[in-house]
Design a protein around this ligand. Structure first.
Ligand code: BG6
Length: 255
């Protein structure tokens, strides 16, 4: 934290809070677009926030992505966390195994000495399949658990980059372009004003359920994500935003 004072990041944090309407912003030094260790720094900051708010028997829902995967790597054991259950917030969204919410929640739990539950649902669901899957007792059980989560940890992505990473078809890529998609978070795509342009069908937490008293911690950094972070926060300013210096500088100076 002495480093932080020297770099003046503390003042930046309150500026960022005001600009985005988030309750708390935490800025770590560096640019995660350029250096991988910056994601780990954000991870450390996220673990600290998590431990500060977690209560015994908490259910923590986590999303996927390379940032959250790095966050999970920084988790450490804590007596308070031993009865916590980590769950994936939503079903598969077309990520590589190591970046899937299931894998990440198991990683968190293993490192914390906590428990986890997996959700086995395929990425692409037809409406019929969706309707019958949510009736399956084993799926229903985990869905109920996810609904009780008080804490959500998630990443934010650039809309076009995320759609490409999910091997989206051209008509969809065109739609994103036409409707000026900027941000992506847990399968939802947003424009610059934070309006939902598209929602990927998968089971688990829906965006409108975040307002039921959930404590949302968003983790996203890199100058290239500044626009996406801003757009997403227009929709629902998070309780905590953990970001890096490069994203924060761009957010405060250029946008
Ligand atoms: C995905 C999440 O898995 O990761 C998205 O579903 C998020 O919500 C994305 O936008 C972020 O990925 P990364 O690799 O940039 O952290």
């Amino acid at each position: 934290d002495t480093m932080k004072e020297l770099l003046g990041l503390k003042a930046f944090e309150s500026e960022l809070q005001d600009k985005l309407g988030v309750k708390k912003a935490v800025i770590v030094a560096g640019d995660s677009d350029e250096e991988d260790w910056v994601k780990q720094e954000m991870g450390q900051a996220c673990v600290k926030e998590l431990k500060a708010i977690i209560e015994p028997r908490s259910v923590v829902a986590v999303m996927g992505g390379t940032t959250l995967a790095a966050v999970a790597q920084m988790m450490t054991p804590d007596p308070k966390v031993s009865q916590t259950i980590f769950v994936p917030a939503r079903g598969g969204l077309g990520e590589r195994v190591e970046n899937q919410a299931n894998t990440i929640s198991a990683e968190f739990a293993d490192r914390a000495g906590a428990e986890y539950r997996l959700m086995h649902v395929p990425d692409q669901l037809s409406e019929e399949a969706y309707a019958s899957l949510v009736m399956e007792p084993s799926v229903k059980e985990i869905l109920d658990l996810i609904k009780t989560s008080r804490i959500l940890l998630h990443g934010i992505g650039d809309a076009t980059r995320m759609a490409a990473r999910r091997s989206s078809e051209e008509p969809f890529m065109n739609k994103l372009k036409r409707e000026h998609a900027i941000a992506e978070a847990f399968g939802y795509y947003f424009n610059q004003s934070g309006e939902i342009i598209h929602k990927q069908r998968t089971i688990g937490l829906q965006l409108d359920e975040l307002d039921t008293g959930k404590h949302v911690i968003s983790v996203a950094g890199g100058a290239s994500k500044a626009n996406a972070i801003k757009a997403y926060m227009q929709h629902r300013p998070s309780d905590v935003l953990i970001t890096d210096e490069a994203a924060a500088r761009r957010l405060l100076q250029e946008i």
